[in-house]
Design a protein around this ligand. Sequence first.
Ligand code: HEM
Ligand SMILES: [Cu+2]
Length: 548
Amino acid sequence: MKAIRLPESEKPIPGLSVSTNQGLLQWISSVDHKQIGIMYLWLSVLFLVMGGCEILLVRLQLVVPNNDFLDPEVFNQLFTMHGTTMIFFVAMPAIFGFNTYLVPLMIGANDMAYPRLNAFSFWLTFFGGLMLYFSFLAGGAPDAGWFNYAPLNQYNYSSSPGIDYYCSSLLIAGIGTVSASANFIVTILKYRVGTMSLKHMPLFVWMVLINSFLILAAFPALNAALAMLLLDRQLHAHFFTAIGGGSAILWQHLFWLFGHPEVYIVILPIFGIFSEIFPVYSRKPIFGYNFIIGSGMAIALLAFGVWIHHMFATGLGNTVNGFFAASSMLIGIPTGVKIFNWLATMYGGAIRFKVAMMFAVAFLVEFTIGGLSGISFAIIPIDWQLTDTYYVVAHLHYVFIGGTLFGLLSGLFYWFPKISGRIPDERLSKWFFWLFVISFNLTFLVQHALGAMGMARRVYTYPDFAGWGTLNLISTTGGFLMGISIGLLVYILVKAIRKGVQAPADPWDASTLEWTTSSPPELKNFDQVIPVNSTRPFRDFKRPDDAD
Ligand code: HEM
Ligand SMILES: [Cu+2]
């Protein structure tokens, strides 16, 4: 098979080149998708450390009953900043980092469709995050929880400027998110190498495409709500105050119309990552390629039909609740389909337990636990009993950490050699894996019990009820061990970048186009691209006698 030479004029790269070596200035002015992707990834590591430190203070306050280590006001700010940071400035930038770095490489393109818009999107996210943290200096951070319910978000209940910063910073970052998504859609639809049809596109790219449409539909609801709240707070409008004819429940509708799709926004690209990783480390083609795409689309559509399951306790009536309970049960099905696809991919395969694969297998277990507690919330009487207890905190971390973060870590260990050109220390990485998985379960498994025993979430302190102290002590210990494991991860990455073993172009015997470039890729990704006639073009190129 002959490789296809890309025309020289295909994608002139404006800006500076990697080899000019101008240090920081070069990064700041870069419009290269690989550098922007790497900046997104470091941004998320930075905020992971910030959000982690905030919640460790919270866990310290909760380590024993009747503790008064923190002020209640500070406590509210810390858990609010933790949740907001983790969702908007850890999960989102990390996902955009992978998307931005990988999509052009995986479709055989030399950059995004709009390289300057790409840089613009990154810097909006960056300054959005900076602005959120500036609130600490400006008189107090936001303190009404990451979903910022009315009327708590109104001036009478929160008179520090924290919530104004919440609105402005999420608006700025939100504009970045929307513009980046438009960029992905055009890039994927218009810049694929000539022979790659939609049905040969890597599943990761498919999930990014679906996800980008999901973002374009969901983020406007949030952005509108934030703008309305700013008007309420700054110009005394009454969108969310009952006195002036507004409605506090309206905030919840708008927020969750965005917020439920958001939880799929942070999981769909992860499903894409796993759909790349399971086949490579099982040495088999993915089982049910079309089903993975179809169930991805089903999830994206259904995501807009379940938001009221966050509002069962607000008194919307049995008919409404019943409808949304049913739709919430339904959305478990396409997710279950994907889990079965991955299990079937592993079945009978020659599995290699590299760290990326270990995280992928652990994900199957942890995410299923999170999925089951999620289904239990779709049963309305159970939701009424457990909502706003630690059971919710346990559930959301099993999906956010056991799902999103495990996926990001799996992807990190898979693509790190490509991105950095170095192999991380395998033995240390396995230590990290075990420490992280064990401490994660130590922290959050017991919170199911705490929730069932009635411990409310977001409480500043709690009485000395039987068992509560012990379980909270276990949870705090687990949290600090998680903190240590994240420190170990940063050490592993920095050490690998400094003096890791040089990575070959294709360390895992993979199947997609990004592995045909050198590690790390040159500034111009491709001079020539191999032909794409299947979902595993590189493997077919390496073993033409045994092509798909
Ligand atoms: C070091 C690891 C982590 C620990 C120990 C931790 C612990 C906690 C705790 C104890 C709370 C409840 C605070 C309260 O209600 O009193 C909480 C809330 C939350 N966490 Fe985490 N968390 C961690 C990582 C993450 C990650 C990675 C994410 C998302 C990607 C996340 C997302 C959230 C969200 C959305 C909330 C709700 C905040 C709110 O109630 O407004 N957490 N976390
Ligand atoms: Cu939901």
